[in-house]
Structure formats: C-alpha cells, structure tokens
Write a protein that binds this ligand. Sequence first.
Ligand code: FE
Ligand code: CA
Length: 531
Amino acid sequence: MHSAHLSRREALLQLTTVALAGAAAYTGPVIANTFARNPFSLGVASGSPAADGFVLWTRVIDPDLDGKSALRIDWEVLESDSPRVVAKGKALAMPGLAYAVHVEVTGLESDRWYRYRFHAGGAVSEIGRTRTLPDPASNPTRLRFAYASCQRWEDGYYAAYRSMATEELDLVVFVGDYIYEYKSRPARDAVRTHHLPEAQTLQDYRDRYALYRSDRLLQKMHATCPWLVTWDDHEVENDYASHYSISGTLDLAARRIAAYQAFYEHMPLRASTLLAGLPGLREEGALRLYQAFDFGRLARLYVLDDRQYRGAPLCGSKPEAPLTEVCQRESTNERTMLGRAQEKWLAQAMEGASRAGTEWNFIFQQTGFTPRNYARGAGKGFSRDGWDGYWPARQRLIDTIVASVIRNPVVIGGDIHRNWVANVHRDPYDVTSTVIASEFCGTSISSRNRSSLDREARIRAANPHCLLTNAERRGYGVVEVTAKRTKVDLRVVEDIKREDSSVSTLSSFVVERDQPRIREAESSIDRISRG
Ligand code: FE
Ligand code: CA
C-alpha cells in the first residue's frame, strides 16, 4: 500500500470540499492509496437533483483503509454522449462518514443528462448516468419516474431493478424500507440469507447498507438515473414513531442517531439535510429529509418524512387491532404525523405550486394514505402505523391540499407490501364526498406479504374508494406525466426467487388533468377481470 501525505496547503484547500460533504472540519491525515482490488465495490449513485446540478455519491471499501485517515478521491462529470469532461474536482472520503462521499455539483446545464465517475489511487468506479432538472419556469412535455419501497434482502432478488433500469426514467423515488434491521430469516424461510446481527450500532447499520448495496441490480439502478429518497421505519426499527419504540428498545435515541447517520452516509443527499452537521445529529430533527423538487412547471414532487416527527403510536400500535373507545379518546386533534414544522412548510410549498400554476403535484410519503378497513366492519380493524392511526393529521393534510388549490394532487406511498390504488375523498370515510386526489401505494421491491387473494378481495369490498388491492406480487410503479394526464403502470415480478425473473404489468391506471377520480387504462381492463 502506498500513501502520500498532502502538504498543509493542499489539505487546507480541501477543507472547503470537506465542509461541503457535511463532515466536521477535518485536520487529520489524508492518504492517496493504491488499491489491490476495486474499492468502488458498492457502486455509485446520484440524487437530490437541481436545475444546475446534483449530488454524486460513492463509498470506498477496502481492508487497507485504516479508519483514521481521510482518502483523496477525484470525481468527474462527462457529457452524456461524448467523453468531454464538463466538471471535475477532488473530495475527501472521511473515516467519520464510512468513507462515503457526497459531491454537490453545480454550474451545469438544466434539463440535461450527464455521466460521472470517481477515481481513487489508480482505481476507477463504474460510470453512472444522471440528469439535471428542467428550469423551474420551463414547461417540459413529459416526466417519467418510478416509485419503489421495501426491499428486504431475504425475501427475494431485485429483478424489479433489472426491469426498472430499462424504463427510460427521469428519476426514481424511493419511499422507505431501503434496509431491514433484522437478523436474517432462517434459510428454510428465505430466498437468500445474510449473517449480520440485528442492527443496533453505527457499524451494524453501515454493514447492512453495504450488504444491500453489494447487490448488482440495485447498484445498476442507482447508476441509471437520480434518486429522491425518504425513509420509513425499518431504516431504524419496526414501527418506531419518532421517539417511541414498540419493540422494547431501551435506548431508541442512540439507535436512531446511529441509523440516521448510516442512512445519510449511504444516500445521495445534500450536506444541508444535516441541519447541524454530523455532530448535531443528536439534536431534535437534525436530519431533514422533507423537501420539494420542481420538474419545471409540469410537476412539483414533495418528498415527506412521516416517521421522524409523528406522535406516539395509538393504543400500543398493535397492528390491525380493533378500534376501541379508549383508542378513540387517545386520538385528539393535536395528533401529528408530519410534525408542525413540516406541516407548515408543506402548506407553504403547496401555495407556491398553486401560485406558479404547477400542473401536477406528487406527494411522496412512506405509508398507506387512504383508509384501509380490514373487512371487520367499519372502524374495527386497521393499521395503527399508517395514516389510519393518525386520522386527524390525514384530515389536516387533505384540508391543506384543498385550501392550497394545487392542481392535480397525487399521493404516493409504500410500506404496505401490496399494490393499492384508491381515490382520496374530501372526507376519507365518506365515499359520497368529492374526490380530491388519487393514491398509488406499494407494492414492494421484494418484501413479502402473506395475504391471500380472498382476503384482498374482502378488503377491497370493505373499501369502496379502492380500485385495486393486490398483495401477491412484488414490483414497482412507473408514472408517466404529461400536461393532459398521468398514467401509472403497476409492474410486477413473476418469480421473486429468480434474479433473472421477467416482469409484467399487473394493470394500468390513468388520472386525467383536473379529474382526480382514477380510471383503469383501457389496456388493463381485460387483465383485471381475468384476475
Ligand atoms: Fe416494508
Ligand atoms: Ca414500513
């Protein structure tokens, strides 16, 4: 191993880059290694796009890294169709951030595709593709994105991503459960296994992300286009709610800090999401994920965080338990899902979109939004962990959508491991009230759902606002947006046990401009009636 210490002047020059990368001021040693094997084995990623740039991500893994010295990394951005380098620079991969780098590139052309790669000590990463957003004042004719969630390692292969990489997407929105914190399911109950302990410490969570990112198909999808990301519960622990653990974790605060840091380290996020820098992660609300992205005036994408700030779980959060009067009393109008600051920000962001005349408004959050009555009679069986457990907050969000008069709101979520397509009513418990938005939720990239077709049919019958519920299939949704309409294709994996599984379309839906009530796309009606 060769290492070359930088001069003090060089090191000082690089402090700017370090500060941008969100690390604390760094004055320690810097090395430039030569690697015996590929240090970029976790691949590359990009995200947080703007009209003039984006975040480029990689994490270097090598047994020779001592965990004390920073590593010098070079990055470059190339034109999409020529080898011309349009931007380049140096970054420091910091031991305090698991040798991950988050390069914030600016000064590029809007609405344009680029390629990028990293170099370190003679090694070169694979090349990624990414793009800038259109100018916020422009009127793009089309946006095409995928939404995805829930990719438990043991439950299946990521064939979904092999297919997604061919969809010619502008971006991917990942809405949570990127990792699962558990120890592996036993081999008899798993498609594939791992050997990691249940994640508790920073090192555990880092190892977990490294495991997931070792998957070639997931890497491929990250290298294909920019991702917008938020999290759900399993990035920390099952069904946690802000500071409340239902798993009996004694020190949830410590677990949260470790998990949040590892999440930041592994996602293409801007340093500004760390409101008080890395040491500030201990402070309340210190990792701010919620933000909005404009795809010109065609669409505003709101990425929300309904985990970090939510109120205590209702009635102990026992899933699908009957709603008792005691529970009803526990739920007051103060009950929050997003927290007051985010609610206020969202209302302002929606008013802004309304003023700008933005055509479509996509609200990404982590869980099921409309009521999901589990067929035991109205109000008697539902999930405590989704918006059903926080219905006053849901009503408040609906009120905000209505008051803002944003055009064409569409809610997109994950968590429920089933495809769920539903109309959002002004009063979500009254299907005779006006439809004010549409909802597309799930399914999962790989995480299982053991529900049956019969049970899903009963659930659908008990939820007249629901057009489709299907828990059988894993996959993702593809959303194509034009000024006139939004079309959603539900893609499903044929065999989750196969890395090379084919992917097909379960069904397709359309939302016409100014008509939030969802309709089935002509092409998919046959398929549904046969199902
Ligand atoms: Fe999940
Ligand atoms: Ca979840």
